[in-house]
Design a protein around this ligand. Sequence first.
Ligand code: UT7
Length: 322
Amino acid sequence: MTYARITGSGSYLPEKILTNRELEGLLDTTEDWIYTRSGIRERHIAAENEFTCDLAEKAARAALERAGRTPAEVDLVVVATTTPDQVFPSTACLLQNRLGIQGCPAFDVQAVCAGFIYALDVVYRYIRTGGSKCALVVGAETFSRILNWEDRSTCVLFGDGAGAMIVEEATQPGILSSHLHADGSFKDLLCVPIGVSTAHQEMLAGKAYTEMQGKEVFRWAVTALGDAVIEVLEANGVDRGEIDWLVPHQANIRIIQAIARRLDLSMDNVVVTIDRHGNTSAASVPLAFDEAVRDGRIKPGQKIIFEAFGGGFTWGSMLIQT
Ligand code: UT7
């Protein structure tokens, strides 16, 4: 039996940090409101000439180095992003070119904040069925580009960044199972209401930005993610007490705390980056994972749950053994 294992991770955050205090000067908001309602203190914002593929490349090179692999050994490139550099080619093709490799499949996955879980699920299934031996999977976003910086209910919540993993075929299990869901009937609760096909009519109306009905999204996220973490435990016959770490999507500290409670897990066993990163959408799970691997919290042989929830709605959970 072929298994899929994460053999290296990397991440990158743009240099510029935007604090809540700075936002106080730009909007009708307070440092305290943002921190108490979301858990965010600051976020990173890409420089004007810095794009999603730039962030993705830095994270990808760090993951390759960690895995002891060269770009030439990569046989699949999957990038999760909502903020691609171009309409096409995909950011995965741009990244493949940056890495100086050709020939292997490269494509983007779009599931907004659940994008990395979706992309990792694809890679996991490729490897399990013999379609890849060494895959590069990246979550990268310049979400600041699709925010209305006059809308205090959304712009204070998001940030830019990238996280990457190398996933390889192995004889021991790494990714134990993966469970994805979507429900398009919630398409209007969290969205950018125009796209390439509709933009010609509406671009001028200033609709190219993220809109969210925060309270409703919050309620659904807590329910769907709570069910998703129980689903992944039950699918593997694993007890709550066997989980070493929760690496959650970082949308709101109160959502993260609610999911930790569903797992009877102390917050000491939850990787939290939202205070410093904000919500980096598809980049949040691999960024958090990489941080905890690098600072030694996540160790070999541990059981970890990944979960994420995003626009669509899309959501999912995975059980990983490091
Ligand atoms: O990653 C994808 C998934 N995303 C999520 O899961 C996000 C889910 N939603 C949330 O995290 C929360 O709902 C928010 C952080 C977005 C908002 O927190 P809330 O506790 O649900 O606040 P609210 O939307 O009910 O707003 C409360 C009040 C409102 O004023 P009124 O109507 O009560 O007078 C807002 O206008 O806070 C006001 N408000 C703000 N005040 C200061 C909204 N944004 C701000 C702000 N600063 N930035």
